[in-house]
Design a protein around this ligand. Structure first.
Ligand SMILES: [Zn+2]
Length: 160
C-alpha cells in the first residue's frame, strides 16, 4: 500500500493513497456525485488531498453546483415575488433592503439571497395573505411611535 508522511499533521506514513472513490457534493439541497476520485488521506488527522488529475474535476463540479443552486433559488425568488404581485423595486423596499437592484441580482442568480430573506419569501409563498400584515408592520417600524419611559434601573418601551 502506498503511504507517505502527512503534510498536515506530520504523522510518518500517515497518508494512504486511495483510488476509485465517489464523493457526493451537496449545496442547498442539490446533490452531485463525483466518481473515480483518487488522492491521499491521512488516517491520523483526516486531511485529504486529491490527485491533480482529478482535483480540477472535483472543484468544477462544486462550482457548477453552487451556480446551479444560486440559479434555482433565484428562480424561486422570482416565482414567489410575481405570485405576490410585487415589482422588484417594491420587493426591495418591503422585504430585502439593500441596493435598488438587489432583487434582480438574486433572481439572476448572481448573488445568493440572505438566508432570512429566503425564509421570509418561502413563508409568504405558503401564506400569501401575510403580505398585507408585512406591509402594515413595515410601516409601523418607525420608532417615533414608541415612547421611552426611564425608570430608576431600566428602560421600557411603551407602544402607543
Ligand atoms: Zn495527518
Amino acid at each position: 500500500m502506498k503511504t507517505q508522511q502527512c503534510f498536515s499533521c506530520g504523522a510518518p506514513q500517515g497518508m494512504l493513497h486511495f483510488e476509485g472513490r465517489a464523493e457526493t457534493l451537496c449545496v442547498k439541497g442539490l446533490e452531485r456525485r463525483v466518481d473515480d476520485l483518487s488522492g491521499w488521506e491521512c488516517l491520523m488527522c483526516g486531511e485529504v488531498e486529491l490527485d491533480t488529475s482529478c482535483s480540477d474535476r472535483y472543484t468544477d463540479a462544486g462550482d457548477e453546483l453552487v451556480t446551479a443552486a444560486r440559479k434555482m433559488i433565484g428562480e424561486e425568488m422570482k416565482r414567489i415575488r410575481r405570485k405576490l404581485h410585487l415589482s422588484q423595486k417594491e420587493a426591495v423596499a418591503l422585504l430585502s433592503g439593500g441596493g435598488h437592484n438587489a432583487f434582480s441580482r438574486y433572481e439572476r442568480g448572481e448573488v445568493l439571497p440572505p438566508k432570512a430573506l429566503t425564509l421570509l419569501m418561502r413563508l409568504l409563498d405558503r401564506y400569501p395573505h401575510l403580505l398585507a400584515d408585512a406591509q402594515a408592520l413595515a410601516e409601523e417600524t418607525d420608532l417615533r411611535k414608541f415612547r421611552t419611559t426611564v425608570h430608576k434601573e431600566h428602560e421600557t418601551l411603551t407602544n402607543h
